[in-house]
Design a protein around this ligand. Structure first.
Ligand SMILES: [Zn+2]
Length: 144
């Protein structure tokens, strides 16, 4: 359970007040040192919480991406999310819609940075081609 910082601060404040009342210089100095240490700990704890959240998000992304990867299949040098989608791409002729493109990934980005980057598609003079929006990998998928 997380201790509210305001509670910690008010407890320290009360302690400092009591120590100051006692007019004991040694105690006052020790209380100030303690205050400073606790401030640092609170700040460090904030940083760690932030880092922890970031790592948890990263892990969730990686696990999601891992799931996607286990079914990846190759088609003409690019990666496709699964066997069924590959059949759909094959059957699509020269009409590959955006839904299919979203499930087709750049082989360069996957190999280099382990990133699943969806391809863009369009017609070129050689036929239907796909391109990676990140690294500009380009290949003609279906020749006319
Ligand atoms: Zn790429």
């Amino acid at each position: 359970m997380k201790l509210p910082y305001t509670e910690v601060k008010s407890a320290i404040g009360a302690l400092t007040k009591a120590i100051n009342k006692s007019k004991n210089l040694e105690l006052s100095t020790a209380a100030l040192d303690l205050q400073s240490i606790i401030s640092q700990l609170i700040s460090e704890n904030d940083d760690l919480e932030h880092e922890n959240k970031r790592l948890k998000d990263q892990l969730a992304d990686a696990q999601k991406s891992q799931l996607d990867r286990s079914n990846l299949v190759k088609y003409k040098g690019i990666w496709i999310v699964n066997e069924q989608t590959r059949s759909e791409v094959k059957a699509a002729g020269n009409q590959i819609n955006d839904d299919l493109l979203a499930k087709m990934y750049c082989p360069v980005c996957l190999g280099k940075d382990s990133r699943l980057v969806s391809l863009s598609g369009g017609y070129s003079q050689y036929g239907y081609a796909v391109e990676c929006p990140v690294c500009k990998f380009y290949t003609v998928l279906k020749r006319t």
